[in-house]
Design a protein around this ligand. Structure first.
Ligand SMILES: Cc1cc2nc3c(=O)[nH]c(=O)nc-3n(C[C@H](O)[C@H](O)[C@H](O)COP(=O)(O)O)c2cc1C
Length: 382
């Protein structure tokens, strides 16, 4: 492990030096005053684990089974749109890491690699994340493409009924194609590795959406992508039709309230991802880990409950499992890794998580991540 890159925060710091400000702000920023991003971290930090010793623990297990697939670790990669803008080839770097280390990689509908490309790289590890655009036929065509590519798990993101107010992007005049101005030229020239990679690989495009974009820029227009990303018509009836169309496991992402969780469950989904989109949608939303107990209370045990938003290390994964989550995901942790280390970044992040999880399981006297429960949270249950 590189000596100075021991934590996700170290990677964030290193990535910031290599990614242009415009793209780093897009990656790091959130909705409004970004209180939700801080709340995500504060909520995890406020949970304590219960140290337990005098227990024989020669090995600790991290494998987790979801939807009949045994993954090597308890953390997967959340979908991130425009990944290749943040770092050249980020989508494929992450898909390769997911395949090699056998964890799930969720490709975004507004990703910069196509469903077909990514499914080819990581056939058993790619999940596909769908937005439900106003023009319904696009949604069902994307579902068909995912099916034909052999994708097994479909994730429908529901927390973008309308684009949120991301102040950093607005202040930076963030758009695609780029608005060329002196500050942008200075910004990209000061990040030579990013610039060389981007010149070599070409301007990132919304590869999944090119056939449906009426823009003149052949899939490069951010505003066209935002129209396709917002899901203003998504209701229960439409979710049920998606359910009918998709034979495999169906997961709904972006749930924070028990009421919405119950609606999703009543449509026959197999799982949900409790998520506030990494603080990118609603400034005054609860953190995901705060929402978790309320949601678990109402859902049937057979509905798989996953979580993301704010997870930045092994402790957070352990806390989420101990609170009842069946799996965890992170977005930015992985992208900070790729920004800092390029092709080695995805696996390096997985190394950090695996190492921290193993050490923490030893500290709390737990032989297997799958047996974590409330007993491992402080204060001790009598
Ligand atoms: C740069 C970026 C792009 C994102 N794009 C998408 C997307 O296309 N679809 C989606 O469902 N969520 C998207 N998200 C949200 C992530 O899937 C995930 O919920 C979030 O990153 C988790 O929080 P974390 O970054 O604190 O780990 C994006 C997040 C980031 C940071």
């Amino acid at each position: 492990m590189p000596k100075k890159l021991l934590t996700i925060e170290d990677l964030r710091f290193a990535a910031k030096k290599r990614i242009p400000k415009l793209a780093f702000d897009y990656l790091s920023g959130g909705a409004g005053e970004e209180k939700n991003i801080y709340r995500n971290r504060a909520s995890f930090d406020n949970i304590l684990l219960c140290p337990e010793y005098i227990i024989s623990l020669p090995d600790r297990e991290q494998k987790v089974k979801i939807f009949d697939h045994i993954y090597n670790g308890p953390i997967g990669i959340s979908p991130m749109g425009l990944a290749n803008l943040i770092w050249p080839k980020a989508d494929t770097i992450l898909a390769k890491a997911a395949k090699k280390r056998n964890i799930p990689y969720i490709l975004s509908a507004v990703g910069t690699s196509s469903i077909e490309e990514i499914a080819d790289i990581a056939p058993n590890n790619t999940w596909f994340q769908l937005y439900v655009p106003q023009e319904e036929h696009i949604c069902f065509e994307l579902i068909l493409r995912a099916k034909q590519s052999g994708i097994k798990v479909l994730v429908v993101t529901v927390d973008v009924p309308y684009p949120s107010k991301r102040l950093r992007d607005w202040r930076n005049d963030f758009s695609l194609p780029f608005k060329i101005k002196p500050s942008l030229i200075f910004d990209v020239l000061s990040k030579p590795q990013w610039l060389t990679g981007t010149l070599k690989n070409g301007t990132p495009r919304f590869k999944n959406l090119i056939p449906y974009m009426k823009d003149a820029f052949k899939g490069k227009s951010l505003s066209a992508a935002q129209i396709l990303q917002a899901s203003p018509n998504l209701d229960k009836a439409l979710l049920k039709r998606i359910r009918d169309e998709w034979d495999g496991p169906l997961v709904v992402k972006g749930i924070l309230s028990p009421k919405t969780a119950l609606v999703a469950e009543s449509c026959g989904v197999d799982g949900i991802i409790i998520s506030n989109h990494g603080g990118r949608q609603l400034n005054s939303a609860p953190s995901s880990i705060e929402a978790l107990p309320y949601i678990l209370e109402v859902l049937q045990p057979k509905t798989k409950t996953f979580i993301d938003s704010g997870i930045r290390g092994g402790e957070d994964v352990i806390k989420a499992f101990a609170m009842g989550a069946h799996y965890t995901f992170s977005g930015r942790s992985f992208m900070f890794g790729v920004g800092a280390l390029g092709p080695l970044g995805g696996e390096h992040v997985l190394d950090i998580f695996a190492d921290e999880i193993d050490r923490i399981l030893a500290q709390i006297g737990c032989p297997d991540i799958n047996v974590l429960d409330q007993k491992f949270i402080w204060p001790p249950i009598k």
